[in-house]
Every structure is written in structure tokens, then in C-alpha cells.
Ligand binder design. Structure first.
Ligand code: XIL
Length: 319
């Protein structure tokens, strides 16, 4: 039987997975599955500011280097995630102890250091993650409070300075279909492009949790971003039912939805889809905040034992 990786490669389509650095370090079967079945990886946490920066004067690139090295050894693409985000900042970083200028300088150093280090290994970066709030206003983050909307201009500019060949993405959740939030993301990206900011693409996370974005509306949304001149990737897909409400044919319905999204990508000019984890045993839905009570914990392509699910076959056969 053809692997998912082979089917994707034949189509010129990337199928990536978010990678758990601990699993990569400790579980040979995880490593085998990852290299055999996927064409791309995104470090799930290792490139975020908190994990990278245990103390003010040190960087710990160990986990990120391990994921990037694995990808290189197995000829896989790497999505860098993420340079600028309001979550998972270091616990020692107490913004109220900094002036606005110092926060700008802090962020500049971070972007230069991290994007610069991986300039030859990472060809796509989520430069800014989740800058728009659910109501469509700019999210009031530490970066926004100190620098205003210009923090995006600065971050993309700094990334472009040290990694001029990389594709620079804006990434967000809940902006997959045409809705109020994706309208706001569209407006934000229009403003950035209007100001000459070097943004190349938009990442749609596509966490289908309880509410599954309508594929036709996703297609329409992708088309408008592409009309702006941006590339679009699906960056963090997983598919779950509300807890306790999974129908008897849940796995088949999940598989159908995955296939519909892949078909939408192929029709709409999206050439990369990343799932947010390799196997259900390690999905973030089983550990993140109140998610275990809210959603079923089996959103991925491989089950707890690491065996392919109907969703795996559906994605492969859709390619
Ligand atoms: C999640 C990881 O999967 C978890 O392990 C971590 O505890 C929290 O972050 N949107 C994003 C990702 O952009 O970085 C998040 O990843 C999931 C939501």
C-alpha cells in the first residue's frame, strides 16, 4: 500500500504533522511513523519563546534542533512556529518591568536570534500568531500594548532581515471560513500589504472542534486571501466532536471531513496541510485547559496504538 507521504509527494502537496519533541526523543515507532508518513513537520512547542528561553540570558535550542535535524535527515520541510505570540512567553518575562522601547528591543533580539539561527533550515515561518481577537478587534497582547499594530510590521521586517528567503506567514484560528474573524484578519493583512510589510501567506489553523468549518466557505475564504496575493496553508488541523456527542459513525464522519478539506485545498490552490499531532495518544485536546471535558480526544490520523485511522486513508485517497 502507498504511504501518505508518497501520495502527497506525487501530488506536490505537503502533509505535515506537529511534532512532540519528547516523543521524537524517546519513541522509535513515533519517529518511524513520522518519517514514513509525512512530508513536513512543525515543532509543536519547541520554537515558542517560553520553551526556547529558560532564563533571560540563555536560549535552549536543544528540542528545536532535534526536530529540525530530524526533518533534514529525512528530507522533510519545516514550518517554524512561532516567533511572536502572546501565549507561552517565558515565566521570567514580566512585561510591566520593561518600557515600551525595551519590549520592542526584546522582541527584535528574539526574532533576529531565532529566525537567523534557522535561516537555512526553516523555509516557512509563522511570524505572528493570533493577533486578532475573537470579536475581530486587535488582540490586546503584551506586544500590542507596547507597540500598537506596528508590532506586526516590525516583526515581519525583522524576520525578513535575517531570513530573506523564508516565506513569512500570519497564522490564526477561527478564521478558516468566511466569518467576522476572518473578515478582520483579511482587513489586517490588507493593511499590512498596503504598508509594504513582507508578509507572504496566511495560515489557517483549522482546529475543527465541535464546530467544523464549512468546506465551501473555507474555499471562498482561501480565494479572497489568494486574491490579495497571499499563499494559504492549513497549519494545525484536527477534528473532534463535542465530548459525549460523538455519533456511532464518528470515525467515518471525521474521515469524510478530512477528505473534504483536502479536496478543498487541492481545488483552491492550497498546497500544504499540517495536522496538529501524529497520533491521538498525544493530541493537545487531552491535556489543554478545559479541552478534555469539551471535546473527544481522538482528532488525528493515527490512533492511540499508532495505527492508521479511517481519516488517514481518507486523506491519502483524496490526494
Ligand atoms: C498548543 C500545543 O499543542 C500544546 O502542547 C501547548 O500546551 C499549547 O499550545 N494554536 C497554536 C498552537 O498556534 O501553538 C497551539 O499549540 C494550539 C493552538
Amino acid at each position: 500500500e502507498q504511504t501518505l507521504r508518497a501520495a502527497a509527494a506525487e501530488r506536490g502537496f505537503d502533509v505535515g504533522a506537529a511534532v512532540d519533541a519528547d516523543a521524537l526523543a524517546t519513541d522509535p515507532s513515533y519517529r518511524r511513523r513520522l518519517a514514513r508518513e509525512f512530508t513536513a513537520v512543525t515543532p509543536e512547542n519547541a520554537l515558542k519563546m517560553g520553551p526556547l528561553r529558560p532564563s533571560p540570558d540563555t536560549y535552549d535550542f536543544g528540542d528545536a534542533d532535534a526536530v529540525v535535524g530530524f526533518a533534514r535527515a529525512h528530507d522533510m520541510r519545516v514550518r517554524g512556529h512561532t516567533l511572536v505570540w502572546h501565549n507561552q512567553t517565558p515565566s521570567w518575562f514580566r512585561p510591566w518591568e520593561y518600557t515600551d522601547d525595551e519590549i520592542g528591543e526584546f522582541l527584535r533580539t528574539h526574532v533576529h536570534t531565532v529566525a537567523g539561527r534557522y535561516r537555512s533550515a526553516i523555509d516557512t515561518w509563522d511570524v505572528v500568531n493570533e493577533a486578532v481577537a475573537d470579536d475581530g478587534e486587535m488582540r490586546e497582547t503584551v506586544w500590542y500594548d507596547a507597540l500598537g499594530e506596528e508590532y506586526l510590521d516590525l516583526a515581519f521586517g525583522w524576520a525578513d532581515e535575517v531570513a530573506p528567503d523564508a516565506d513569512l506567514y500570519y497564522n490564526d484560528y477561527g478564521a478558516d471560513a468566511v466569518n467576522g474573524k476572518s473578515d478582520a484578519v483579511y482587513d489586517l493583512l490588507s493593511r499590512l500589504l498596503g504598508r509594504g510589510v513582507p508578509v507572504d501567506g496566511v495560515g489557517l489553523q483549522l482546529h475543527a472542534l465541535g464546530d467544523w468549518p464549512d468546506p465551501d466557505s473555507v474555499a471562498e475564504n482561501v480565494a479572497r486571501f489568494r486574491d490579495l496575493g497571499l499563499d494559504v496553508e492549513i497549519t494545525e488541523m484536527d477534528v473532534a466532536f463535542p465530548a459525549g456527542e460523538a455519533p456511532p459513525d464518528a470515525l467515518a464522519r471525521q474521515a469524510d471531513y478530512y477528505a473534504e478539506v483536502v479536496e478543498t485545498c487541492l481545488d483552491a490552490g492550497v498546497d500544504s496541510l499540517t495536522v496538529w499531532g501524529v497520533d491521538d495518544a498525544r493530541t493537545w485536546l487531552r491535556s489543554f485547559r478545559e479541552f478534555p471535558e469539551r471535546y473527544t480526544g481522538d482528532p488525528l490520523l493515527f490512533d492511540d496504538a499508532g495505527d492508521p485511522k479511517p481519516a488517514y486513508h481518507a486523506v491519502r485517497d483524496a490526494l
